[in-house]
Design a protein around this ligand. Structure first.
Ligand code: PEP
Ligand code: MG
Length: 576
């Protein structure tokens, strides 16, 4: 058995398909360079062929929607990048290097530059460069792409899964994925989770040396374990785990059409967080009560120009159409911080999480905000849309936002364009200052949505992405519990509903908090909906209130967790 990290849940046993990519550098010794004119021609042909291949993959794509084709657009942009083009030309024409050598040098140079960047998102772009470099190398050598099996189920094994490879996979056929590299936060992992494909990364590299296509792999994405050509006993073990997982999923699927109601009748609506359109299918399948958070900034990322009003309008309508009649909350762009968009004028900052992020950016660029508001308002004529402002820290921001919203509404009215006059407007509770100006904000807006991810980060002054301070970033800190109490009490006093849309909304341990605090909606990754529903149904509001009283008296995060763990034993027993 080989150990790795499970980044997408599920169990599978099947034949392996091993994809060995052409590695830059590997073939260099066997390659006899010609003169510089011939080498440059070869390189250009390889580029043309690579462009053709990428366009073909794009056209034949089985499940990504048009706006999720950014991976391929990013690859085409790299191929057409003038900086890369000039460097290649210089190496081949002036320094008389071979096409293969030039590709290796240029790609390595840029790749290393990206890998050294502090920002995890930028580091991941190095993978796209590697992907392009491998494709160019293969095309210079005139090798054909390894074809993925198209008629039988398989488990994909590769040293690294590139985003473009991921986008070519047919989720009906790929039973699991195993790779020797990768991490939980990459786009590939997010896609695997959204599609429910078990995925184990960073598996022991010894497996790569011995595995061949056709061998059998048994994969446990829950625990991050892989067995190569399992013996009878190991097979039985995996089959048992598979059975257990299936039974659990079946048990959960029976909850699809019941409400998330505690044993004593308190109902919480469970909605889905959506960043990319492909996540919608899971939300529909799991019968989400709506979309509690659409992270609209994802529409702006990975592209050369910002989506115009029409494109945004079409996406917002699609969200409404996917869950007919159900509420959809669109958050205006939360760009900045760890989210980059080359198409937007973001400044370079020393502390981007404390910088021009989210509503601060939108108010600084009112034209972009107006376009987004026009698209949202127009879509609101077709279903129950709500508007949410990210990272609010003052009343002035809300007033300024509302002024622009009023102007855009006036514009639409004058042009006789239909929209929902009463579209609800909400504030994200992410900056602790909000808790202390709740009465002022409550008089201006219709609802609040607690973003626990950022709230914990700003409350505890600990970067949510920084592993060095992961021990400081603890959402169960007593200050968080007390702040949550202030927010919910103030909202209740002013008759404004509160929802929660950070990761804590789907943490089973935190559920008694939300019940006790009278939260109306929880919004989360759609794959967590049923597990959360199962737990809510075994809670009792009176008990939760009692637990919360005790939590308010706790002195440390550890005491809070212990108390909630004890409570968990009780509700777990009820579930038997
Ligand atoms: C949050 O901060 O909790 C939140 C939901 O927003 P995001 O994770 O997109 O920053
Ligand atoms: Mg946030």
């Amino acid at each position: 058995m080989y150990k790795g990290i499970g980044v997408s849940q599920g169990i599978a046993v099947n034949k392996a398909f091993v994809l060995r990519e052409t590695q830059i550098g590997h073939y260099e010794l066997e390659y006899a360079p010609a003169d510089s004119v011939t080498e440059w021609r070869k390189l250009q042909q390889a580029m043309d062929e690579s462009r053709r291949e990428i366009k073909k993959i794009r056209e034949q794509n089985k499940y990504l929607s048009a706006d999720e084709m950014w991976i391929f657009d990013a690859h085409l942009t790299i191929l057409d990048d003038p900086l890369i083009h000039n460097e290649l030309k210089l190496l081949v024409e002036q320094q008389k290097k071979s096409a293969l050598h030039a590709v290796r040098e240029v790609i390595n140079h840029f790749q290393q530059m990206f890998e050294k960047m502090e920002d995890e998102y930028m580091r991941e772009r190095a993978q796209d460069l590697r992907d392009i470099g491998n494709r160019l190398t293969r095309n210079i050598l005139g090798q054909k792409t390894e074809e993925l099996p198209d008629d039988e189920p398989y488990i994909l094994f590769a040293s690294e899964i590139s985003p473009s490879l991921m986008a070519q996979l047919d989720p009906q056929q790929v039973q699991a994925i195993v790779a020797t590299h990768g991490n939980r936060t990459s786009h590939v992992s997010i896609i695997a989770r959204a599609l429910g494909i078990p995925y184990v990364v960073r598996v022991d590299e010894r497996l790569e040396q011995t595995i061949r296509s056709g061998d059998v792999l048994a994969v446990d994405g829950n625990r991050g374990i892989v067995a190569h050509n399992p013996d009878d006993e190991e097979r039985l073990q995996f089959e048992f785990l598979w059975q257990q997982f299936q039974t659990y999923k079946e048990k959960l699927s029976r909850l699809k059409n019941v409400s998330a109601e505690t044993e004593d009748g308190y109902v919480i609506e469970l909605l889905a967080n959506i960043s990319a359109i492909y996540e919608l299918d899971v939300a529909v399948e799991q019968n989400a009560a709506g979309i509690g958070l659409y992270r609209s900034e994802y529409l702006f990322m990975e592209r050369a120009s910002a989506p115009d009003e029409e494109e945004q309008y079409a996406v917002y309508r699609k969200l409404l159409a996917s869950l007919p009649g159900k509420p959809v909350t669109i958050r205006t762009i939360d760009i900045g911080g760890d989210k980059h968009a080359p198409c937007l004028p973001l400044p370079k900052e020393d502390n981007p999480f404390l910088g021009l992020r989210a509503i601060r950016f939108s108010l600084k660029h009112p034209l972009l905000l107006r376009i987004q508001l026009r698209a949202i308002l127009r879509a609101s004529a077709h279903g129950p849309l709500k508007l949410l402002m990210p990272m609010v820290s003052s009343l002035e921001e809300v007033i300024q936002f509302k002024r622009i919203l009023t102007e855009v509404k006036d514009e639409l009215r004058t042009a006789v364009v239909a929209f929902d006059e009463q579209i609800p407007l909400g504030v994200m509770v992410e900056v602790p200052a909000v808790a202390l100006i709740m009465p002022e904000l409550a008089s201006e807006v219709d609802f609040f949505s607690i973003g626990t991810n950022d709230l914990a980060q700003y409350m505890l002054a600990a970067d949510r992405m920084n592993e060095h301070v992961a021990h400081v970033y603890d959402p169960y800190h007593p200050a968080m519990i007390r702040l949550l109490a202030i927010v919910c009490k103030a909202a209740e006093e002013h008759g404004k509903p509160v929802s929660v849309c950070g990761e804590m909304a789907s943490e089973l341990l935190a559920l008694p908090l939300w019940v006790a605090l009278g939260v109306h909606e929880l919004s989360m990754s759609a794959s967590h909906l049923l597990q959360v529903k199962e737990t809510v149904r075994s809670l009792r509001k009176q008990e939760c209130r009692h637990i919360f009283e005790q939590l308010l008296a706790c002195r440390t995060a550890e005491q809070n967790r212990n108390l909630l763990e004890e409570a968990k034993q009780i509700w777990k027993q009820r579930q038997q």
